[in-house]
Design a binder for this molecule. Structure first.
Ligand code: COA
Length: 453
């Protein structure tokens, strides 16, 4: 593996004095992924990249961006019962400068490789949470003059939409442009820190299956063995033609009653679900859950204010069994996904928040406890999670030296963890970034392409 030398690491603080104090987090901030999520951008050598000081530009614009997005410069704090709050204390974010001994070309088509680990800041979760920055940035210069820029951001503070809002405003500031949309920082619009409505015993019509532990492999009483298995990541491309073909397959067998045809996300996710069941070799009666991350911003009433900065997404699940999924036409799996998404009404969202408020502890809903142990959600075999990045503004990130040549997820190494992205190099094409157990990946790829034919 190539060598990457660390040259400098510093804390960047807001350029001006910002509000200090404690902020209550919403229920969604505190569940699911509360560790950091990395993304990486690569830039080829260019005159602009050569001329200015990349580090000074990034540092200066970052400190100015943090004036608007000051929660990111704070720290988390445990407050008991698996609950967290945010201390806006302007401690700052970490900016790391590194140098690689190789050229960008050595990374080939930039498919995630073990080398990524040296380019993406790592976070040590064994130290007290009050000491962990919420944002870590690493800029690595390659021998060819190109750079990689990697961000890893705490999911307890922002979801993908808000993370990209911050990054794109930071890039605007670096280019000398004014803020486009100011962040809306008041998390109370999602009832953060507010007491439960009604009594603790009271329940409503929604049973919130999404908060139960997903199914286990038949014959197993826990998922310990599955958690231990080695995983691998693949970036699987689908052409516009293949996507259209899948959409036609799904929509021709569409259940009556839907006014809108199945979307690309629903269709491809249904296809991925079926292929994973086949590749994993489940028994027909094996139950399997498919996790869908749904943005509540426009689904909740009233809609969240523009620029809401925090987590506004919730995970819901579609459940079926392998036998039905693989024996019925694609439209069956896809309609299960549509049903799960359609169930996310404003009432459902609000009831989910109350459900979480009533929980004595949030520990069992948090991934941080799954890192070395067994508690926390697990969407590995026989389950799967497919997150849409189709509407996130991930491409075209320009800090003043032009747009990236490649953008992708930094690392994602949990069995069953997957993302759907637009292919920036092919209009209408999509990319599935998928992590599966090593033993299942080759079979998955085979079904993934053969079943479209
Ligand atoms: N009439 C016809 N078609 C319509 C329509 C209408 N009124 N409104 C939307 N559509 C179609 C679009 O053409 C598009 O279909 P296409 O992809 O085949 O072109 C699709 O519906 C887009 O709608 P969207 O609401 O985005 O649905 P989706 O099925 O693509 O995705 C979710 C479903 C749940 C993933 C999505 O709504 C969502 O919440 N995304 C956010 C995920 C997120 O936050 N990710 C980051 C996590 S950190």
């Amino acid at each position: 593996m190539a060598t990457v030398n660390l040259k400098n690491s510093q804390m960047v603080k807001p350029a001006e004095t910002t509000w200090t104090g404690t902020v209550a987090l919403s229920e969604w901030d505190q569940i699911g992924t509360i560790t950091h999520v990395p993304t990486i951008y690569f830039y080829k050598k260019s005159l602009k990249l050569d001329s200015g000081s990349v580090l000074d530009t990034l540092k200066d614009s970052l400190s100015r961006a943090l004036v608007h997005f000051y929660p990111l410069a704070g720290r988390l704090r445990w407050i008991g019962n698996g609950r967290l709050e945010l201390d806006c204390n302007a401690k700052g974010v970490r900016l790391i400068e590194a140098e690689s001994q190789t050229k960008l070309e050595s990374l080939g088509d930039f498919t995630p490789s073990p080398e990524y680990e040296l380019l993406v800041p790592s976070v040590d979760y064994t130290i007290p949470i009050e000491e962990i920055p919420l944002l870590l940035v690493q800029v690595t210069r390659f021998q060819c003059g190109g750079i990689s820029l990697s961000f890893t951001i705490s999911h307890a503070i922002v979801d993908g939409q808000s993370a990209l809002h911050f990054i794109s405003e930071w890039a605007r500031i670096a280019r000398g442009e004014p803020l486009s949309v100011a962040p809306f920082l008041d998390r109370r619009v999602l009832r953060a820190g507010e007491p439960v409505v009604g009594s603790l015993e009271e329940s409503d019509d929604h049973n919130h299956e999404e908060f139960n532990h997903p199914p286990l492999l038949l014959g197993q009483s826990n998922n310990l063995e599955e958690r231990k298995k080695k995983t691998i990541v693949a970036m699987l491309k689908l052409s516009k033609f293949q996507v259209e073909k899948l959409k036609n397959m799904a929509n021709e067998s569409k259940n009556a009653g839907y006014t809108r045809p199945f979307s690309r996300y629903e269709t491809v996710t249904g296809h991925v679900w079926r292929c994973a069941c086949k590749a994993r070799g489940h028994m027909p009666q094996q139950p399997t859950a498919l996790g869908v991350c749904v943005d509540s911003r426009s689904r909740i009433k009233p809609a969240l204010p523009l620029g809401y900065f925090g987590n506004a997404t919730l995970d819901v699940i579609a459940i079926s069994c392998t036998g039905e999924l693989v024996s019925k036409p694609l439209g069956y799996a896809v309609s299960k996904i549509r049903e799960a998404i359609m169930a996310v009404t404003s009432e459902f969202i609000k009831s989910g928040i109350e459900f979480l408020k009533k929980q004595p502890s949030l520990t069992k809903f948090q991934d941080i406890h799954a890192l070395g142990g067994t508690e926390g959600p697990f969407y590995g075999n026989p389950n799967l999670g497919v997150v849409s990045w189709l509407t996130l503004p991930i491409y075209g990130l320009d800090f003043g030296w032009g747009k990236e040549v490649y953008m992708g997820p930094g690392t994602h190494d949990f069995d069953g963890d997957s993302l759907i992205l637009q292919n920036p190099n092919e209009d209408g094409g999509l990319i599935l970034a998928l992590c599966l157990q090593v033993g299942h990946m080759e079979a998955f790829k085979k079904y993934f392409y053969e079943d479209i034919m």
